[in-house]
Structure formats: C-alpha cells, structure tokens
Design a protein around this ligand. Structure first.
Ligand code: URA
Length: 430
C-alpha cells in the first residue's frame, strides 16, 4: 500500500492490479483508514486518467453482490443525479417512464452535504420502505415496473466505506472519485442503460461547466466500457429546481407535477430526462416523440397512477398521496420579503440547501433523524421583477435563529438591471 500511495503522490499511473489490491484490502479491513485517506488525497490532488477511474469503478462494483434481473422485465433503464437542491425529479421521472412501459430499479441515496436525497424525501410518506431486499425488489418490479430503494448492504460495499471516509477527509469533489463511486453502484445494480443528470453551478459539486463536462464524459465512458448505454445531460444548479426545498414539501410539489401542474422547470427537466431514457430503452425512435409521450403521462393521470402503485408496493400510506394536505406542517412559517425593488438576479441554492439542513431537514451528523416537514418554499424564480416588500419565500421551521434567517435573506440577490434566467439544460453528452 505504501508503494501505491507513493506512486500516486508522485503523479504515477496506477495499474488495474494495484487498484484491485487497494479496493480488496480496504474492503476487507486489511488496509487502515489512514493509508486509504492518504491515497484518496493523492487522487484528489493529482487526479486519475480515464483508465484508472474505470478500473476503480470496476473494482468497487466487484467488491460485493451484482444484481441480476429476469429477461421478462425488458431493458432496465435508470437515471441518476450527481446531487442538487430542490431536485425531486426522480419522484416524477420514475413513474413517467413506468407509464411509458420502461422498467427502472432506481437505487437512490440520502441527503449529502447541502443536497437533498430521494430516499429521505420518500420516507416522508408514512410506511414507505426504502430497504427492500433483492428478492423483494424483484417482486416489486414485476408489480409496478419501478422501485426506488437504497443500496442493499452488499451492493458495492467498497464505495460505502470509501464514501464515508471521503466525506470526512475533504476528498468528495474529485472527478475520478465521484465518477467511480456513482458508476460502481449503477453497474452493480445490473442496469442496461443510464441517463446521468450532471449538476453544474453553485449548488452542485461541480461549479464550472468544463469540470461538469469532464465528469459527464468520464461517467459516460465508464458506463459504455462496461456495456451500458449512456447519455449525460448537464443541467443548471445555480438556483434551486422548482419552488420547494425540504422533504415533504418536495413530495407535495412532485405530486402537483404528477397531476400536470407545478413549476415549469421541474416538468421540462423531467420530460427531457424521461425522453433520453425512453430512447435508450427503445420505447421511442426520436427524442421529440419520446418527450411528447412522456408529457402525455403527466396530463392523463397515468404517471400519477404509476407513482401511487409504487407507493402501495413499497408499503407507503397512499392516503398522503391522494390528499397531500395530510402531510404534517411545521410549527412555524416565517416569510422572507424583498428589501428593495429590482430584479431577482440570483437565488443561492447552496445557501438555501445548507439552511434547510441546519433547520433539521438534512443531517449535520451521520445517521440522525430528520424533520421531514421543514424547508423553504420560494415565491419567485430568477429574473422576476420585484417590488420592495414582495414575498420571496416562506421558511417552514420548528423555531429558527436570526442568523439563519439573515443567511436565507442573503441568498436572494436583487439588482437594478433586468437579468435573463440561465438555460436549464447546458449540454448533452453521449
Ligand atoms: N454521489 C455518489 O454516489 N458518489 C459521489 O461521490 C458523489 C455523488
């Protein structure tokens, strides 16, 4: 291990054998955390070329169980996001593609840093289980074509251990480490196609477009090398997606979109990602046809029905799906208003994501329970003209200190000159 660390420290290229040795040794406990941390930091600082990143993904994939699915399920096409603020797309997208005939065993994650997690959002529906075993996953997929679940304990265990270590050693935001981490889990899940939503901007791990493009290219090539059909879409994460940030608030917004309502950006991104998935799964010939087909499912109730079916199969209480007003509301609602007139030039998604975490909507300490009802609901989107005193957002909280309210207020930037909103989709790579 010492030689491997020194090689990477001195900008050398690690061989497949060296990477396999590291992953096997770290997963089994033979290699201690301090040596693994030294190697992670060397990778973070000196990078890895494509071959090294690909070997790392494969070694982590092979560190545990690999899921197999019966052929009768058809091609399995999934979507994964690198993590954002207000990103409730998976809750809408999975039912949309199921309503179009696609099967998706979606392995999702929990909140990470300032970003929210799909599993935490779904758990705001009482009874919803995200810990189905491999056998239960099979049964669920046969019934509802989609399932959104956590990674089973034996899926890419090397990633689970390394991720926890990266989180506490300042080595998360590294392109080869992120790409190999994501792809190890996706490849172990036995899917045939994957659409990656690579977030770019203030609220993303990749702040600049060139870095997001490099991450997207690395993800696509790792997947293609392993025989998985890939498309990566780079999307804007400067401002939050939609209006709601926070677990049950986001589920309610997702339900509105599933009923053909809700914010336009959420609908647009869901349909674009769904269209790429349908093309990869041979359910449509062209992107345009696929986009229209996906849109119909939001208008005719079939995507909502698929969501309801998934909730039933995963043990959730469907009364909350049918009557979202049943979700508990926070004790306090505090309004944030504009201090001056002008144009809403920016909404800092990182600040707002962190504020929700601090209010208890995410975790500052590993494993702590979260408050599903807290969060922030925006009243305006970027580029809107604002009058002094206009409502900018409502903070749903269980008590809040003044400093945090000031941080939230400061996340809204108002300028005298008009601004145009950035495009939502910045690039597509396949
Ligand atoms: N999501 C992952 O699964 N891994 C990373 O490293 C970053 C985001």
């Amino acid at each position: 291990m010492l030689e491997i660390i020194a090689k990477k420290r001195d900008h050398g290229e690690l061989t497949a054998d060296e990477i396999n040795d590291f992953i096997e040794g770290y997963t089994s406990g033979r290699i201690p955390d301090y040596q693994a941390s030294a190697l992670l930091m060397s990778i973070y600082l000196n990078g890895m070329n494509f071959n090294e990143a690909s070997h790392l993904a494969m070694a982590m994939r092979d560190s545990g169980e690999r899921l197999n699915w019966p052929a009768e399920l058809g091609p399995l096409i999934d979507k994964h996001s690198t993590g954002g603020v207000g990103d409730k797309i998976s809750l809408i997208l999975a039912p949309v593609v199921a309503a179009c005939g696609l099967t998706d065993p979606m392995i999702a994650g929990r909140g990470l840093g300032h970003t929210g997690g799909t599993l935490d959002k779904l758990e705001s529906i009482p009874g919803f289980r995200v810990d189905l075993t491999a056998t239960e996953l099979h049964a669920a997929l046969l019934k509802s074509k989609i399932v959104i679940n956590g990674a089973t304990g034996s899926l890419a265990p090397a990633d689970k251990k390394l991720y926890a270590l990266r989180d506490v050693t300042g080595t998360v935001a590294s392109i080869p480490l992120i790409a190999s981490s994501i792809m190890s889990k996706k490849l172990a899940a036995g899917i045939n196609g994957l659409v990656m939503d690579v977030k770019c901007g203030q609220g993303a791990f990749m702040k600049q477009l060139p870095a997001a493009q490099e991450l997207a290219r690395t993800l696509v090539r790792i997947g293609q090398n392993a025989g998985v059909k890939m498309t990566a879409v780079i999307t804007n994460m400067d401002a939050p997606l939609g209006l709601a940030i926070g677990n049950s608030l986001e589920v309610k917004e997702a339900l509105a979109v599933l009923h053909g309502q809700g914010p336009k950006d959420i609908r647009q991104l869901t349909l674009a990602l769904a269209a790429h998935m349908l093309v990869l799964g041979n359910k449509a010939k062209t992107f345009k046809q696929a986009y229209q087909r996906a849109g119909q499912t939001l208008n005719d109730g079939s995507a909502f029905a698929a969501f309801r079916q998934m909730v039933t199969v995963q043990g959730g209480d469907t009364r909350y799906v049918d009557r979202p007003e049943l979700f508990p509301v926070s004790q306090q609602q505090v309004t944030i208003t504009a201090a001056k007139s002008g144009y809403l030039a920016a909404i800092d998604s990182y600040q707002l994501g962190m504020a929700v975490v601090k209010m208890g909507g995410g975790r500052l300490i590993k494993g702590t329970p979260i408050k599903h009802q807290v969060g922030i609901v925006l009243a305006k989107k970027v580029s809107t003209a604002i009058q002094k005193g206009d409502l900018l957002a409502t903070v749903h909280c269980e008590g809040i200190d003044d400093d945090l309210l000031i941080e939230i207020q400061n996340a809204f930037q108002i300028t005298a000159a008009p601004v145009t909103a950035e495009p939502l989709i910045l690039d597509t790579i396949n």
